[in-house]
Design a protein around this ligand. Sequence first.
Ligand code: ZN
Length: 459
Amino acid sequence: MMAVYLDMETGTERECQLVDYSRFALPQLERTYGYHEFRPGQLEAVNAIVNGRDLLAVMPTGSGKSVCYQLPALRPGTFTLVVSPLRALMRDQVHALRSRGVHAALADSGITPGDRQRIYQEAIEGGLQLLYAAPERLLSHEFLEFARRIRIDLLAVDEAHCVLQWGFDFRPSYMRISRFISLLPHRPVIAAFTATASPPQIPKIAEGLDLVQPIRVSTGFDRPNIRFDSVHIAPKARSNYILGWAEHHKGSGIVYCNTIKGCDRIAERLSDIDVDASAFYAPMSDERKAKIQDGFLKGSPRVICATTAFGMGVDKPDVRWVINNGPCESLEAFYQEAGRAGRDGKPSRNVVLWNDRDFDDWHFRLKGNAGSAIEDPQARGRAEQEAFDRLESMHGYCRTRSCLRHAILSYFGDQAPETCGNCRKNRKTDTVTKTPAGKRKNGTAEPKKNGKKNGETIP
Ligand SMILES: [Zn+2]
């Protein structure tokens, strides 16, 4: 089968030939997962790995990334190491794999050093097919010692965009993955996965992880079941908008706020009108967070008011709507949050509430913060500029008068029609100013500036 790989010398893509292993992969898919066919991109990714090629897969959240490395990991006599920054996700995956009869384990700080040693020993003796670990663990003395005593056939790197030094999700530990690989007696096949990478970022990810002419798999970024709306609205009018929204839109929802105070305030006001809601943010105790997450998975609380801390690794397919109470600092961050709606493929909604002041605030926050961990002043300046550029892309999305889906997809380098027919800018019915009787109290008062029509009803 034909595939494309990234020529690391020139940064261009070139065609190559791979052996097609679908004859083996498909029965394994049925046996292990009970699926009768691959989802887009999965077979291409599996084939790349089994052909012994590095892989860089850009696949949206919910597209079944894990199958791409788990299937090759099931080849008898092989051992796969999975690196992920998301502890909850790793735990869930290990649990799911074990329930399917796969020998998988997680080496994290939640277990005793003695138990970790027992896991390592089991792996060395060939009793383990997959081991999950956080990137911070790789270069620890105990782990390195283990990794040098075993042949790692496949190293899967989840959330690979965390390696981007100027990226919004940068994790310094990701920069040390290539060092870890260089210390191994045998170089494994490396398969990197991310849900968010714009075209210029792709070669940078490959470089950051030291991939060798990786096969490129990209399934496209479109989430056709999500309808996007961008609502220009003053901050003081937003609470009412959200309250009205949560009352009128059934199903589980997430309200992303930029501050902890905002989360608390909205959650409280929602509770006041009998909407089952909870705030959620990083400084809460792990126990409290776990309780809220588990509850949300089961449907209570129905609504979570969260900072970005919520959602990474929370696998809830039936989130029906996501409201961004204020814009994000980048389209990458925004699309990750918006993309938590409708992973089951059913009709879902995203609304971003914004005005220009939000962007002034973001600009202020990014200035001095972006790249502050970088020592070299030139590199720091570049990091700051890139952060401003990302912010400007988010601003452009909010402001655009044309198709929102088109704006997102073209940002991520996907081909997209000029209009999608399923976003705010394309639906005349949503631009009318009339408000159904009885809804006004929950509707929003809108700033009327520059004589433009800014009236907004809850779509
Ligand atoms: Zn559209």
